[in-house]
Write a protein that binds this ligand. Structure first.
Ligand SMILES: O=C(O)CNC(=O)c1n[nH]c2ccccc2c1=O
Ligand SMILES: [Fe+2]
Length: 212
C-alpha cells in the first residue's frame, strides 16, 4: 500500500549530482525526504513495532551506577534485520533504495562496493544514553560507507541525540539531527570520527555498512 516507486533517474541524478561530489569533497552527505511521508512513516512504524515487540536487544552498558544494587543505564538497543522478516517489508523497500543509490555511486567512488551488511535497527531509549566518539571502521575491516536512515518525527534540540562528526584534520564539527526521513552517508574509516550525543527522547535509526 505504501510503495511509491522511486525512479532510477531520480536516484541516478541524486547519486551523480549530490552524493558522489559530497563524499569525494567532504567525506559525508545528508539529505531529507528520501522516501516521503508514506513510505518513511511505514519504515518508522515497523521499527517502532520491533521495539514494542521486544525484538531490540540491549546494546552496550552505557554506565552502571556505583553503590550496592547493580542498576545499570542501558545504552542503545539493536536488532540485525535482513528485511525479509515478517513485518519488515518497508525496511526491505528502504534497503532496496539504498542499494540502488550506492550501486550508481559505486562506479565513481574509490574502489568497488562488493556487498552490504544487514540493517542494524538501533534505538536510543531517551534516558540520556548516547554513543561515545568513535570510528566505525578504524582498522580496515572492509566497511567503506556508513549509511544511516533516521526515523524521528517532531525531533528538536531539547531531545539531544545529535550525531556530531569530527571530520579528520578539520577545525569544525558537523551536527546532524536525527530527523524523520533523513539519510546520512559518510566514509566509515578514520576520516569520520563521530558520536551520538545523549538522547532525551526515543531515537530510532537504521544503519547499513557497504563493504569494498
Ligand atoms: O545513530 C547515529 O546517529 C550514529 N550511530 C553510530 O555512530 C553508531 N555506530 N556504531 C554502532 C555500533 C553498534 C551499535 C550502535 C552503533 C551506533 O549507533
Ligand atoms: Fe558509528
Amino acid at each position: 500500500p505504501f510503495i511509491e516507486h522511486v525512479s532510477d533517474q531520480d536516484l541516478e541524478r541524486l547519486a551523480l549530482d549530490r552524493v558522489v561530489p559530497a563524499l569525494l569533497d567532504q567525506g559525508f552527505y545528508h539529505l531529507d525526504g528520501l522516501l516521503g511521508e508514506l513510505a518513511g512513516g511505514a519504515v518508522r512504524d515497523q521499527v517502532a513495532e520491533l521495539h514494542r515487540a521486544g525484538a531490540l536487544q540491549d546494546g552496550r552498558l552505557a554506565s552502571s551506577a556505583p553503590g550496592i544494587h547493580r542498576s545499570s543505564i542501558r545504552g542503545d538497543k539493536i536488532a540485525w534485520v535482513s528485511g525479509s522478516e515478517r513485518g519488515c517489508d518497508a525496511v526491505s523497500f528502504l534497503l532496496g533504495i539504498l542499494d540502488r543509490l550506492i550501486s550508481v555511486c559505486a562506479g565513481r567512488l574509490a574502489g568497488k562496493i562488493r556487498e552490504r551488511s544487514k540493517a542494524m535497527v538501533a534505538c536510543y531509549p531517551g534516558n540520556g544514553a548516547g554513543y561515545v566518539k568513535h570510528v566505525d571502521n578504524p582498522n580496515g575491516d572492509g566497511r567503506c560507507i556508513t549509511c544511516i536512515y533516521y526515523l524521528n518525527k517532531k525531533w528538536n534540540h531539547t531531545h539531544g541525540g545529535v550525531l556530531r562528526i569530527f571530520p579528520e584534520g578539520k577545525s569544525y564539527v558537523i551536527d546532524i539531527q536525527p530527523l524523520f526521513d533523513r539519510l546520512l552517508l559518510f566514509w566509515s574509516d578514520r576520516r569520520n570520527p563521530h558520536e551520538v550525543q545523549p538522547s532525551y527522547s526515543t531515537r530510532y535509526a537504521i544503519t547499513v555498512w557497504y563493504f569494498n
